[in-house]
Every structure is written in C-alpha cells, then in structure tokens.
Design a protein around this ligand. Structure first.
Ligand code: NAD
Length: 450
C-alpha cells in the first residue's frame, strides 16, 4: 500500500518505518526542514532502540522516503496518517492547531478517494473536526472527492516503540465506513498473524480509549506513590507492599513502581486533556484530578528529602544526578521529573553535575542555557565522573547501567556516601552495609548507619 505519514516525531517516524518494514511504500512528511534534511542523510531526530536499522534498511530498499511537501506525497498515497503533536493549551485542553493545519492541507491537495487516519492523541469529537476542515477546503475548491476519517490512536512506549508497533497488544480502529475498515484490516493484518488483536469501534470510542488507557496507567502510578508516601509515615517498606499487591493477578506488577513522579510527552498532557474534556461537559473528574495532583506533589518529593537533610539553603552544595530523560530508553525530557528537581536545586543555590546516557542534546534544548553558562549545571561524560566530590547522588531515571553500579567506587568518589533514590533501585540494607546513607521512596523503615 502507498502511505503518507505526516509528522516525523516519536510516533510518526516509528509508524512510517514499521509500515515500510512490512513492504508498504511510505512517505514521511514534516514541516521541519532540518529534520527532513537530516533524515535524508540518515540522521535520526530521536533516540529509539532499533529504529535506525529499520529506517536505513527501508530507505535503501526505496520503501521509505522523507519530504517536506505534503502535496507531492498526497498525489501518490491513499492512506494518510496524521501523527503531529497535540501539546497542552494553558487550560489543559489539547492544542489541535497542528492536526487541523494538516487536515486543511489535505483538503487543499486531495485529488482522489483517501482515508485520513488520526494517529495523534486527540479529544473525543476531533475526527469530526478533521472531516469538517477537509470538507471546507474541498468545497472552496469546488470539488467533490469522497474521503473517510478514521481514529487509530497509537499505544507505543518510547524506549520500546519499534517492538510495540511490530507486536502490538491491540490495534484500535474507530471507523464508520466499510471501505476504510477493510483497508485498515489489510494494513494491520501483517502485524498480527497469530491472533486477532484488531478492535473496531466507533470513532468517538477509539478517541476515548486512548485517553482512558493513559489515564488508567497514570492512576496506577499515582496510587502506588500515594501508598508509598503513607508507608513512609507508618514505618513500612513500600517495596514489600508492592510485591504483596502485585502478586494478585487482578492487580499485577506493571505500573505500580513507586517513584518521583511520571513525566513524558503523554501522561501529563493526556491526564490534563481528559480532565478538561470532563469539565467541558459539566462532569467533575474527581479521580483524575487527584491523579494529577499527586503526581505534581510527587515530583517535589526528592527535593523535600534533600531539604530535610541539608536545609533550605543549598549554596556551596553540589549534587550528582543520574538520569535526565523522563524514563529509561529514550532521550525525551518533556515534563521529566529531573526538570522539576533541577529547578528547585538550582533555585536553592546548589550546583548539579548530571549524567544521562542519551539525553545530552535534549538537556541543552529543554534546560535554560544560563544554567550551563554559569556552571550551575554541568553534564558529565560518564556516570562515575558525575560523582566526583558531590555531596550526594540523586537517582532520577532508572537506566540499566545505574542498577548495578560499583558501590565501592561510588563511595570513594562522593564526598559523603549518600544516595537519594527516586526510583527505588537499590537495596537499602545492602547499601547500609556498604556504609551508605540511603533515602528511597516510601522506605523509611530501613535502619540507616548514623
Ligand atoms: N511520544 C509518544 O510516546 C506517543 C505515544 C502515543 C501517542 N502519542 C501521540 O502522538 C502524537 C505525536 O507525538 P510525538 O511524540 O510523535 O510528537 P513529536 O513532537 O515528537 O513530533 C511531531 C512532529 O510533527 C511535526 N509537525 C507539526 N506540524 C506539522 C505539519 N503541519 N505538517 C507536518 N509535520 C508537522 C513536527 O515538526 C514534529 O516533527 C501526539 O498526539 C502524542 O500525544 C505519542
């Protein structure tokens, strides 16, 4: 099939590359000329394990190409995926400007029957607005070209995006036309040869399913964080509680790891957007508001632990920080907990030496240049270098190389053997035996060396 994917970010590039891998001919379009130029030269705009190999293989096979011209791509394709960003407006609602810009462009250039697929995460009712935007342009041109609008939200996880796309738990398609349904079934059949995981539903239900899925996952995280905070006050180790409840098959282990809050480009904005959708129809989303409030507080937790230890004035202190990305496996720092912590530490006068295996470029893009210029923030070249002479280590992102570090070496490099563990990666007992003082999330019952 001939496909066009509009938007070449985390979702668009993975979508385009994976469809090409299955033999389709794909054009990925983006308005960012530099991004497209780089992609043409084999330089990817994002870090995503396994993606580079698939992209280069399919470019060589001439199944995948990149362009800034939607008009050229439209002439050749019959299915168009809209995979542009939907960032939050100041009121929390999803900003649909980019989605509707693409819809209008499609209407301007469409020349034959086409299926337009909303892959971006968009509020209930957006497909209708996309349909109206395209129809208005066709009408202005005085042409009558049939088209269908389908909702096909994406569920990939950054850090595992290629595997998720190639072997999806399920594919959701919201659609009200038989032609579009058959075409979408054809397109996705190659990804699910063993059993059917393609779920058809109404367009509005598909749009809602994406928000409900992210809100559910965010709820699990905020729930365990709330339990962790309670454990801390009741002298209970939340890690025992986590294992105790995760073993219940009705609950399960996934997404119940206590930590310093969720970030990323999806959960924070999607929880905000679903709250906004509820507010807009006069419904009070009490659970969802609590999920968001707990997460905002959770992102402040590590700083609270640090202030408890060192006081409010952190002038003269320097901390080592491991992990800037919002989670392991990605260079994405959007809404990362590290940003909240860095802001608080630097405002209190501390200096920070941070290390992240891949988010160095993202750090320069996301964080104020003044921090780098003044030396308030220094990026280290490796995880141990960051520790040299620091008052303590703060672990924010649980990258694999941080899980089993050389504690003896760490003890020698740090000014004090002190660890604040924002992801409960370490065994406090063992760290205590190795002479470290340790603070995790919800683990206050563990005896520490004085
Ligand atoms: N990142 C994820 O893990 C993830 C997972 C599932 C769903 N989503 C959803 O997918 C959508 C895209 O997310 P993302 O993280 O890939 O975004 P992104 O910011 O990484 O990429 C969006 C791209 O769209 C391009 N763009 C904007 N307007 C355009 C236009 N008019 N024409 C062509 N290109 C245009 C931008 O230049 C950018 O490259 C969002 O709605 C997001 O909520 C994201």
């Amino acid at each position: 099939m001939q496909l066009t994917v509009v938007g070449t970010g985390y979702v668009g590039l993975v979508t385009g590359a994976c469809f090409a891998e299955m033999g389709n001919e794909v054009t990925c379009v983006d308005i960012d000329e530099r991004k497209i130029e780089n992609l043409k030269r084999g330089i990817l705009p994002i870090y995503e394990p396994g993606l580079e190999t698939i992209v280069s293989g399919n470019v060589s096979a001439k199944r995948l190409q990149f362009s800034t011209s939607l008009q050229d791509a439209l002439a050749a394709s019959d299915v168009y995926f809209i995979a542009v960003g939907t960032p939050p407006n100041t009121d929390g609602s999803a900003d649909l400007r980019y989605v509707l810009d693409v819809a209008r462009d499609i209407g301007r250039y469409l020349s034959h029957y086409a299926i337009i697929v909303d892959k971006s995460t968009v509020p209930v009712g957006t497909a209708e607005r996309v349909r109206e935007a395209i129809a208005a342009e066709l009408q202005a041109r005085g042409v009558d070209i049939p088209f269908d609008v389908v909702s096909n939200p994406e569920f990939l996880k950054e850090g595992d995006a290629v595997a998720d796309f190639m072997r999806p738990d399920r594919v959701i398609v919201g659609c009200d036309s038989d032609t579009a349904r058959d075409r979408m079934r054809d397109l996705y059949a190659t990804f699910m040869r063993n059993h059917e995981r393609l779920l058809f539903m109404s367009v509005r239900a598909a749009e809602m399913t994406k928000y409900a899925a992210n809100a559910m996952l965010a709820t699990k995280i905020s729930f365990i964080n709330e339990i962790a905070n309670l454990c801390e006050r009741l002298d209970v180790d939340v890690e025992s509680v986590r294992r105790g409840i995760g073993s219940d098959s009705r609950i399960g282990y996934s997404f119940i790891y206590p930590g310093c809050g969720y970030g990323g480009s999806c959960f924070p904005k999607d929880v905000k957007a679903i709250i906004r959708m509820a507010d807009d129809c006069g419904f009070e989303p009490v659970v969802l508001k609590a999920v968001e409030a707990r997460n905002e507080q959770q992102k402040q937790l590590l700083f609270g632990h640090i202030v408890r230890e060192y006081g409010n004035d952190l002038k003269g202190r320097r901390f080592a920080l491991w992990g800037l990305a919002f989670k392991p496996g990605t260079d994405d720092m959007r809404e990362a907990s590290s940003i909240v912590l860095l802001n608080a530490l630097i405002a209190a006068g501390a200096r920070v030496t941070a290390y992240d295996p891949v988010a160095t470029q993202a750090a320069h893009a996301e964080l104020p240049e003044s921090w780098f210029k003044s030396g308030a923030l220094v990026l280290a070249n490796d995880q141990y270098q960051a520790l040299e002479g620091a008052d303590a280590l703060i672990l924010v992102t649980e990258w694999k190389p941080f899980r089993h570090p050389d504690f003896e070496r760490m003890g020698r490099l740090l000014k004090e053997p002190r660890i604040f563990d924002g992801r409960n990666q370490y065994d406090p007992q063992r760290l205590g035996e190795a002479g470290f003082r340790y603070t995790g999330i919800g683990r206050s019952n563990i005896r520490q060396p004085e």
